[in-house]
Structures are given as structure tokens and as C-alpha cells.
Design a protein around this ligand. Sequence first.
Ligand SMILES: [Zn+2]
Length: 599
Amino acid sequence: MIRFAASTAALALALAAQPAAAQTDPNVTLADFEAKLEAMQIEDARVQWVNATYITDDTDALAARSGGELTAFAVKLALEAAKLRDAPGVTPETRRKLDVLRTALPIAAPTSPPGAALTLAGLVTKMSSSYGKGKGTLGGKPINGSDIEAAMGTERDPERLKEMWVSWHDNVGAPIRSDYVQAAAIANKGAVELGFADTGAMWRSGYDMPPEQFAALTDKIWKDVEPLYQSLYTYVRWKLNGKYGDAVQAKTGPIRADLLGNMWAQDWSNIYDVVAPAGAGDVGFDVSDLLKAKGYDAIKMVKAGENFYSSLGFAPLPATFWTRSQFTKPADREVICHASAWDIDNQDDLRIKMCIKVDAGDFVTIHHELGHNYYQRAYKQQPFLFKNGANDGFHEAIGDFIALSITPQYLVDIGLLDQAKVPSADKDIGLLLRQALEKVPGLAWTQVVDHWRWGVFSGEIKPDGLQAGWDRIRLQYQGVKPPVARDETRFDPGAKYHIPAQVPYMRYFLARVLQFQFYKAACTQAGWKGPLHRCSYYGNKAVGARLNAMLALGQSKPWPEALEAFTGTREISGKAVVEYFAPLKAWLDAQNRGKPQGF
Ligand SMILES: [Zn+2]
């Protein structure tokens, strides 16, 4: 799979790269590009693995150089691909691969004026590194990014929440405003050179349909799930008003963005204790306790994850997976603990990199990460440029879809939980409310990030109205407002990592919807009759076979075809999300009766 960061020296190097040797047959030229890119990518994967599992100044330098060279080559290929795709004699398969190359980079620099690539790379590096070093304050003292994120989840004093929110957005967002504007203007010229109207249109072109059609599709899916979001929103606003009073959170109008347990109001699960009805949160068992009681260690947890996939009929993980993965944090060196799944040689050298703790969170994460590995192995027969998810939402959706099936019954099936301890139906609201606070607000948030960027790239949001545009879109989708008034000296979008780092975001919206659609399809195939959120398809080989049919396609076909292979429909929709949460929505609507509705 090819993954490129919008990195640095790489974009500059692209300009120095020699043009490809002239080939008469564009299909042969493309095959040559593909072979070279794959060889470079495998080398780079080895370097990145060593760096991530053994961080030193030296491995940092090696990884930066290797990643830079790979990106540089990819930039060169994107430009070549844009020229080649309309050449006579291009086969449909070659054309599809050329489009993969043309849209593989998140942002592109133009070839002129000279130095544009270097300028763009410099701006992105500067913004990303400034984000990484960013600090807010709490009680007047500096607090770093990961600590302030955690504190936003646990702090309940509205003044301290406001301080953290405002200081983070002021310190991290505002300083990169002019750099961001400059970078967006350069990147737009690069996108035009690759044949797109602007960078936003380039991003929307990676989905097997014209960019305007993709925008309409995401709007349609949002309309499916918006009523569910509104019900949850109305209920949560009422509870926040009850906790904080009218002076902090009014009964009507927008919710104050800093009261929702998360810096961006994208996941509200941290305020479950604030909004849950009394007693609804207790499901009668704790997965972390169960794992410890049964003597689970890191390896045994990963074996349990593997067992889930084996039960669906997938072959066991290769022996090298067990000897080459990083399961626990080494005692003697620095590593990146953030969980990830790897496929070093694009064949069988699958690995995960984690620092596993024996708890419920990591038990879910293992099931998620292995989803990436099984996807990678399922499409290993595809040519290199098709070794990827059907679109960029699919890869994340697979792991989350598998993790959704960690139901109480599944815990019984694998011997972790006694059958008698399976919570009764009267616990459903608690289970679903917790799940909804985690999954549903993200549907609104994932609309915000790229609707704003699409507007900036298209010129609909002007450089002198970036903050106002951001506040307007947040209000439109999320119904939240900043705790203090903002003006155009601010730049709140810059206080979210993916904006300075130039990572497209609509993939996370798709992944969130697709995981429920996959889950619903699996449960239907398994003949499940009860409420959707209780379904486990563990052990069902027919489900596994159909899942594999989708995974094995990789990116070789338009994504609706992959979706159809597993779910029987070519249409992505929010209907499965709505069905999953239907019992909760009915309950929320009953609670909300007679209360102020909507934003
Ligand atoms: Zn993932």
C-alpha cells in the first residue's frame, strides 16, 4: 500500500528528478513506474519500521531521507501520470493506475515558479512542527498537546475548560494562519497542473466519480444520520444545562464547544458520567478485569484477535508475524507506541506495532489493527498500485467493523464472560448511549473539517474570512460555538492536527458510516434476528468468505463494486448507523419531549 505524507524536501527533489525515459507504449511506461515505486516502497517500509521501533537521531535521519525520496518519486510520477492518462493506447487498467498515482499525494506543488515546491514543503514542515510543539495553559501553567487533550476529558470546571480551549486555539491555531493561506495558494496551483480545479477537487476525485458527485453523496449520507445527531445533541444540551446552569450553557442555542469532553467536540464519550441516566452505565462486568482474571498477557490478547478472524475462515497469521511484531514496549529504547499495522513486503510480512496493556481498550485496538493486516494479505495478489483499500474510508472501517462485534455474547463465546453475566435488555440504553457518544458526534465533526477546506481551496471562503467560515460551518453541522467570541486575528482550524499536516478528512466520515454498513451486512448474512447492536457473527465462515471477496479486490475496481461484493449493495448510506442506534433514538426522543430541539 502506498502512503505518502506531504513531506518536505521530497516535494523539492521532485523538480530535480529526471523525466521518465521515453516509451512508446504508455502501458509499458506505467508498468516500469509501478515496479520502481514498489521496490522503493518496500525499502522505505523497512527503514520506517526500524525507526518507529528504535528511535535514535540516526534512525530519524535515515527515515526522513528515505520517506523524502519516496515522496519525491511519487510527485514525479503524479505529474507523469497526469500527462500519460490521455495518451493513445492506454488500457482501462493502466488508466485506473494512473489515476491512483495522480491522486496519491495529499498536496502537490506546481513545477513553476522555480522554488514553489521547496516553499510549500517548508511551510508544511513548519506548520506541522509548530503544531507538535504547541502548548495551551491550565491554571496559567503550560500544558502540552496530549496532556491538554486528556484534561479536556476529565476537567469539569467551566472556567478551566474555557482557559484550555482558548489558550490551545490561540497558541496553536493563530500563529500558522498566514502560512496556511500561502500553502493553500501554492497547493492549488499544483492541483491545477495535475488536471484538477483546485486541491479540494483533487481530494474529491479519489472516489471513482466526478468531484461534485462525491460532494453530493457525502451530503446525502449526512442527511441520513443528521436526525440521530440532533436527538443526541438535544438530550446532551439539556443535561449540560442541568449541570452547569443557564449562565454557562443555555437551554437553547449552540452548545459551548469546550463542555463536551474533547478539544474539538468530536467524541463526547468522556462526558458519559455527566449525561448518563442514573444506573444506566453499569453493565455488570468490566472487560479489563475479565482479561486480568483469566491471566491474559499481550500475546494471549493478540491470539484472541487472530482467533476471531480464524473463526471466519481466514488463514492463521504467518510465523514471522509473531517474531517480528512489536507487542509490548521495549524496556531499553524509545519507540512509537501509537498502534499501527504493517505489511512490509506487500506479501506475507505482516506485523503490528503496539505497546499492549492488558485492558479493554487495547483488546479492541488489537481487533482493529489486525483488520488492516487481514485486508493487506487479502489483496496481496493484486498489482502494487491496487494494493489498497477500495477507497480511503475502507481500510479504517474494516478494523472498526470487526471491533463492533466485541459484544457480551462474543466474550462468552471465547470463554471470557459467564453466560449468566450477559447484561439483560434493560442495560441496552446504557450500552448504546456510551457507544453513541463515541461514534455519533464524529459524523458531524468529520463533515466540518473538509467542508471548510473545500471552501478555502475553491475560494468560496476568502483569506480574510477564514475564522468566520470555520465558525459558520461548525455551527451548521455540529451546533457548537466557541466559549469566547473569535475574530479574524484567530485561526481555530489550525488547532486541529490534520489541517496543518494536510491530511484529508472525509475518509473518516466514510469509515464511520461504512463500519456500520459492513456490520449490518454480516449480521444479515449470519441470520441475526435480534437488535443489531447485540449481534455477533463470530464463527460464521460464510460471512468470512464474502468479506474476503471484498477485501481481495483491493483498489482494483471502483469502490461500489467492492461494497457490493460483501454487502450486496453499491450504495453507501447512513441507514445502518440509524438502525444500530434506533432503540437509543426512541429513548432520546422520549427524554427530549417538550424540551427545546435543535440548534
Ligand atoms: Zn486503523
